[in-house]
Design a protein around this ligand. Structure first.
Ligand code: F6P
Length: 540
């Protein structure tokens, strides 16, 4: 692979030089040299304080990283996104999820059409529908109120609503319970149906394309279940759709009036604040959803206007890129210290890896540097008792984002201090560890010392948020959306397509034909044999 323009840029060269000169610099040393570091290397906006002091950054490193973002055209690309330019080049589409949270009087154009009025029209229909469901004026076929909501969808039509349902547990409308069916494995649907009373169940079929195998298969099975219990005429009261594909929704038997649309300029993984958020709105009510949108919007404004050196998404983005491209970090951990935020790592996996898991640049030229790291994580303190051992003493570099909330997350308020004590302690332990000298001073036997030393110097960001609310959840999601964007711009890739997921879908359809015996497709010897074994076991 040849060298790229990216690697030839002045800032990239400076960063390479800094990396080469890094020597024995440690976080402990950086803090010793500058006792004000923990106060200085902090940025705050929209109720989020980012402490990035425990990173392998000198002042000149950060300056070069920000210069790199500038050289790569971040400011112009950011303006292009907000202006509706077709920055999703491979699909020739605008990327306007920011329009989903724009106030009604703002104008954002896609091909000469102001999209904001359409956004607000759908929002109004969603709010009216939710109010009716909550009031019981939109009820089931037998007249019972609908209190069990099932979101049938996958990927971006699932991960956001499910994450938000758990995250906003304390903001839920009393009496409403939600369920999520994503996997084509019938076990997912079976387990949910077992909990439901058909007379009180509302299915939200959420699919941008309304062609996704998993969602359509589960939706048809759910429809059969409901019809068996309540008859065909019940479908229109118990099924609504969220989609851009009106024709497919109608073909499924859902009336257009019961369908909530969005647009091709909303990527699936950027859609939780579109009509895909219908389940979220049903869970937390229209006012709560508006607060969520306000949070997204606040972070958009910050991303647009704050200087790069104080811009939270930009800081998160370039810091992650520093480890990824200059220290060869393979992964990044997302560690929310909030049980209710336990699905946030899974949500960010799609957001980041489907966006930036790319191998060529916008011109189709193979990248000569790594793109997205592997994103993973679990909530603290759970993870402390499983994989933190590797974080503290393993051989791999895993930069971590730790996320915590000042306000208690439950009525067991005394437990919150313990949770937060663990959060701060982990950030400290990762950064500074425990040396052999400290262990000796504690009287630890010499033979044990190598096993007990925690070398520290493990970089981490700490995001401290006031409270976990609809507003703050919006700010957090938008923060990572724009951080992903920042990294994608620096790599010069299309962060908004996802061609890599297509092949598996095509091959699965072919193998399905082989399994059902309706066609015989050529395969490699391994796949051939696996299919044959499976068929034989299923039909002995
Ligand atoms: O297969 C990947 C993907 O296309 C995601 O990008 C998307 O979020 C998901 O499938 C679901 O797609 P849809 O909303 O069209 O059912």
């Amino acid at each position: 692979m040849g060298r790229s323009q990216l690697q030839d840029s002045r800032a990239w060269q400076q960063l390479l030089a800094q990396r080469a000169d890094w020597g024995e610099t440690t976080l402990a040393g950086l803090f010793r040299d500058d006792p004000t570091r923990g106060e200085r290397m902090v940025a705050a906006a929209c109720g989020i304080t980012l402490d990035y002091s425990k990173n392998w950054l000198r002042a000149e490193t950060l300056a070069a990283l920000l210069e790199l973002a500038r050289e790569r055209g971040l400011e112009a690309q950011r303006a292009a996104m907000f202006a509706g330019e077709h920055i999703n080049r491979t699909e020739d589409r605008a990327v306007l999820h920011v329009a989903l949270r724009a106030p009604a009087d703002e104008e954002i154009f896609d091909q000469g059409v102001n999209v904001v009025p359409e956004v607000h029209a759908v929002l109004q229909r969603m709010m009216d529908f939710c109010d009716r469901v909550h009031a019981g004026t939109w009820c089931g076929a037998s007249g019972k109120a609908l209190r069990q909501i099932v979101n049938v969808g996958i990927g971006g039509s699932y991960l956001g609503p499910e994450m938000a349902y758990h995250a906003l547990r304390r903001y839920r409308v009393p009496g409403i319970r939600e369920y999520f069916v994503a996997n084509v494995d019938g076990a997912a649907l079976e387990a949910v149906l077992a909990e439901l009373d058909p007379e009180q169940t509302l299915f939200v079929i959420a699919s941008k394309t309304f062609t996704t195998l998993e969602t359509m298969t589960n939706a048809q099975a759910a429809r059969r279940w409901l019809v068996a219990a309540l008859g065909e005429a019940a479908v229109e009261r118990h099924f609504v759709a969220v989609s851009t594909n009106d024709a497919a929704v109608a073909a499924f038997g859902i009336h257009p009036q019961n369908s909530f649309g969005f647009w091709d300029w909303v990527g699936g993984r950027y859609s939780m604040d579109s009509a895909i958020g219908l389940a979220t709105m049903l869970a937390i009510g229209a006012a709560g959803f508006r607060d969520l949108l306000a949070g997204f919007r606040a972070m958009d404004e910050h991303f647009l206007h704050a200087p790069l050196a104080q811009n939270l998404p930009v800081l998160l983005g370039v810091i992650a890129l520093w480890y990824n491209n200059f220290w060869q970090a393979q992964s990044q951990a997302i560690l929310p210290y909030a049980h209710d935020l336990r699905r946030f790592p899974a949500y960010l996996q799609q957001l980041q890896m489907e966006s930036n898991g790319k191998r060529v640049d916008l011109d189709g030229v193979p990248l000569t540097v790594d793109s997205s790291p592997v994103i993973w994580g679990e909530p603290g303190t759970d993870g402390q008792h499983s994989f933190y051992q590797l974080l503290h003493q393993g051989t791999r570099l895993v930069p971590c984002d730790l996320i915590g909330f000042v306000q208690p997350l439950s009525d067991f308020t005394e437990q919150h201090d313990l949770l937060m004590a663990n959060l701060f302690a982990q950030a400290e332990a990762l950064a500074f560890g425990r040396s052999a000298a400290e262990l000796r001073a504690l009287g630890v036997a010499e033979a044990q010392i190598p096993h007990r030393v925690s070398p520290g110097n493990r970089p981490n960001n700490l995001l401290l948020v006031d409270a976990l609310t609809p507003f703050s959840l919006g700010t957090l999601v938008a923060l990572y959306e724009h951080s992903v964007f920042t990294q994608g711009v620096i790599w010069g890739i299309d962060s908004f397509d996802q061609w890599g997921v297509e092949l598996g879908k095509v091959l699965a359809a072919r193998v399905d034909e082989d399994i059902r015996g309706v066609a015989t497709h050529p395969h490699d010897s391994s796949t051939q044999r696996l299919i044959a074994r499976y068929r034989q076991a299923r039909n002995p």
